[in-house]
Design a protein around this ligand. Structure first.
Ligand code: HEC
Length: 270
C-alpha cells in the first residue's frame, strides 16, 4: 500500500461499524484508551486509494488502565482441596492519583525456598569460618582462646583434649617436650609425682597448685598455679593423663570421678 496514492484512511475500533477516525494521509490521531475496558482489543485500519483499492490491516492490542493485581496462594491450574487462603493485592493503575510503592508490595509470606537458601548460606558461612579460623600462636595461648578452644573441641577424644590443654595451659612453663626449664620450672618427663602409681598427689597439685617445694634437689621460686577454677573434672583428667602417658611416662591413668572426689575434699593446704 502506497500512502501517497491513497486518499482516505479509516480507523475502526474492535467490531464498531462506525470508524473512530477518518482522515487523508499522512496524519495522526489519538486513541483514548481511558474509555476502553481493560483487556484485549484491536484496531482495524482501512486505506482506500484513488482507484478504489482497499488495504486492510488489523492490529490487536491489550488495554491495562486498571490497578495491577497480585495474587498469592493460588496459581493458574492449581489443584486445590478444602479451604484455600488467598491473598490478593491491587495497586497503582494509570488513573490512580498518586503512585504508592508501599501498596504495590503484596504482604505475601517469604517463600520456603528463600528460607532454606538463606539458612544454608549462613550455616555454611559459620562452618567455613570455624574451619578456617586459625588463631596466631600468641593468641592461642591466651586464657580467652584456650577457653574457647576447650568448648570448641567438644567432640575431640580425651587424649586430643589433654594434649591441647597441655599445650595451651601448661607448656608455657613445663615446655611442650615435658622437659621444663632447668631450675625454673620442673620437668614432667620422669617426674616422681607424675609417674607415681597413686595419682592423688598429681591431682592435688594440678587442682590446688604448689609453691616453694624442692623437687630432686631443686627448690623452685616460681609458683605452680591452681587450676581448680579453670578445669572441669574431664579436662583435668585429660591433661593429667597426657602428662602420665607422654615423653616416656607410662603411669596408670585417672578418671574424672577421681578428680571430682579430690576436688570435693578441697585444698589440703587451706
Ligand atoms: C606459670 C608456670 C606454670 C604453669 C603454667 C604450670 N605449671 Fe606446673 N609447676 C610450675 C612450678 C613452678 C612447679 C613447681 C612448684 C613447686 O612445687 O614449688 C610446678 C609443678 C607441677 C607439678 C608437680 C611436679 C612435682 O614433681 O612436684 C605438676 C604435676 C605440674 N606442675 C603440672 C602442671 C600442669 C598439668 C599444668 C597445666 C594445667 C601446669 N603444671 C602448669 C609451674 C607451672
Amino acid at each position: 500500500m502506497n500512502e501517497k496514492d491513497s486518499n482516505k484512511i479509516e480507523v475502526y475500533l474492535d467490531h464498531n461499524a462506525e470508524p473512530t477516525a477518518t482522515y487523508s494521509p499522512p496524519g495522526s490521531f489519538e486513541l483514548d484508551t481511558s474509555h476502553l475496558e481493560d483487556g484485549p482489543h484491536f484496531l482495524r485500519i482501512i486505506a482506500t486509494d484513488q482507484s478504489g483499492y482497499r488495504g486492510v490491516r488489523i492490529i490487536p492490542f491489550k488495554v491495562e488502565n486498571g490497578p495491577g493485581i497480585a495474587v498469592d496462594g493460588l496459581r493458574e491450574n492449581d489443584i486445590v482441596k478444602g479451604k484455600v487462603s488467598i491473598l490478593i493485592n491491587a495497586y497503582g493503575g494509570a488513573y490512580a492519583e498518586k503512585w504508592e510503592p508501599a501498596r504495590a508490595e503484596t504482604p505475601a509470606p517469604i517463600p520456603t525456598w528463600v528460607w532454606v537458601t538463606l539458612i544454608s548460606i549462613v550455616a555454611w558461612a559459620l562452618y567455613y569460618g570455624i574451619q578456617q579460623w586459625k588463631p596466631t600462636p600468641q593468641f592461642a595461648s591466651t586464657p580467652t582462646y584456650a577457653g574457647f578452644a576447650i568448648q570448641a573441641q567438644g567432640k575431640k577424644s580425651s587424649a586430643e583434649q589433654g594434649a591441647q590443654l597441655y599445650r595451651t595451659s601448661c607448656a608455657s612453663c613445663h615446655q611442650i617436650n615435658g622437659q621444663g626449664v632447668p631450675n625454673v620450672f620442673p620437668p614432667m618427663a620422669g617426674d616422681a609425682i607424675v609417674t607415681a602409681p597413686d595419682p592423688s598427689d598429681h591431682i592435688k597439685i594440678v587442682l590446688f597448685g604448689a609453691k616453694g617445694r624442692t623437687i630432686k634437689g631443686v627448690t623452685y621460686q616460681a609458683e605452680m598455679p591452681a587450676w581448680v577454677e579453670q578445669l572441669s573434672d574431664e579436662e583435668a583428667a585429660a591433661v593429667i593423663n597426657h602428662e602420665r602417658t607422654s615423653w616416656g611416662n607410662n603411669a596408670p591413668v585417672v578418671t574424672s570421678e577421681e578428680i571430682a572426689k579430690i576436688r570435693s575434699e578441697g585444698n589440703p593446704q587451706k
